[in-house]
Design a protein around this ligand. Structure first.
Ligand SMILES: [Zn+2]
Length: 116
């Protein structure tokens, strides 16, 4: 099964491609001018992080793992992906400390997405 639902997959892909281009342009702008200190360095680091996160999301789309929580392996809800297309974990896992047992498990049957 493909996640997220195909109805939003195309829109999310376009959004990620657009974000990627914007982050690259921002990094180019930041690195092609004289740096003014720690604030510029922080902005450059943030742009690089955003590029990496977006690239990883696009890679997950290419390899078919996009939209699945990296911790519990259940689908990340479409609404969460619309809000944050680079999301790698469902909200329950994101909010749970890594030291605690997973709130949901891969052995739990994935909710049916039919009828959406
Ligand atoms: Zn999860």
């Amino acid at each position: 099964m493909t996640y997220p639902s195909t109805s939003i997959a195309t829109a999310l892909h376009e959004q990620l491609e657009s974000q990627y281009a914007q982050h690259i342009a921002r990094l180019t702008t930041l690195t092609c001018r004289p740096r003014k200190g720690a604030e510029d360095e922080a902005a450059i680091a943030a742009a690089r992080h955003a590029i990496a996160e977006t690239a990883r999301a696009l890679q997950r789309m290419a390899d078919g793992s996009y939209g699945r929580c990296e911790r519990c392996k259940l689908p990340v809800p479409d609404a969460q992906l619309r809000h944050r297309p680079t999301a790698r974990a469902c909200l329950r896992c994101r909010l749970a400390p890594a030291s605690l047992p997973r709130l949901c498990t891969a052995t739990t049957a994935a909710p049916s997405r039919s009828g959406r």
